[in-house]
Design a protein around this ligand. Sequence first.
Ligand code: CA
Length: 230
Amino acid sequence: MKKVLICEDEASIRSFVVVNLQRAGYTVVEAASGEEALQKYEQEPAVQVALLDVMLPGIDGFETCRCLRRMNKDLGIIMLTALSQEAEKVTGLQNGADDYVTKPFSTAELIARVDALYRRVSAAQGPSAYREEIQSGDLILNRRTRSLQVHDRTVELTQVEYQLMECFLQHPGETLGRARLLEAVWGSDYYGDDKIVDVNVRRLRMKLEKDPSNPVYIQTVWGQGYRWNG
Ligand code: CA
């Protein structure tokens, strides 16, 4: 979800910005003061971009910017500056803002700036949120090469075995029922027998476990399914 925080004390400007951001597909969190903005941000950490007016009744936009920046270095911050003076823009950028828009601004200009910053922020967050390698104890699953490293040997996995491993490693310690594994790996339109899950788990155990008849990693939860113990 694309989420923006707007901090502006003038209700008419704030609602104008809110309506236009919503039209552009953003979910908007509103604040009428810097203090409220910080409080709302704590409640809504999924906000990707914050729009901060400079002149506010309590702490000003610059102070709000510094506080938000301390809370999250990756948050996109745009200052709404009332004056078109260079000094104010420079102060904003020194306080950790990414961009500024000078009032009065057009809707098109504001949305273009928000869109551009949103793209930058989500591009920067994207690759780090996706883990290329998932590690569990002595095992490392590489999602790019779709290979599994067990201690210091590489284990060849079939597509199905790889998907099962990925599912287990994404839910360590959680009991995964056969139906859930079946849907995750074979898809919801698979009408075969769920014994196929057991067959593949057995094969995975042969590849991973020191003693496949006494499995350590993939444990059977009787009557329920399987659980990864990393
Ligand atoms: Ca103001």
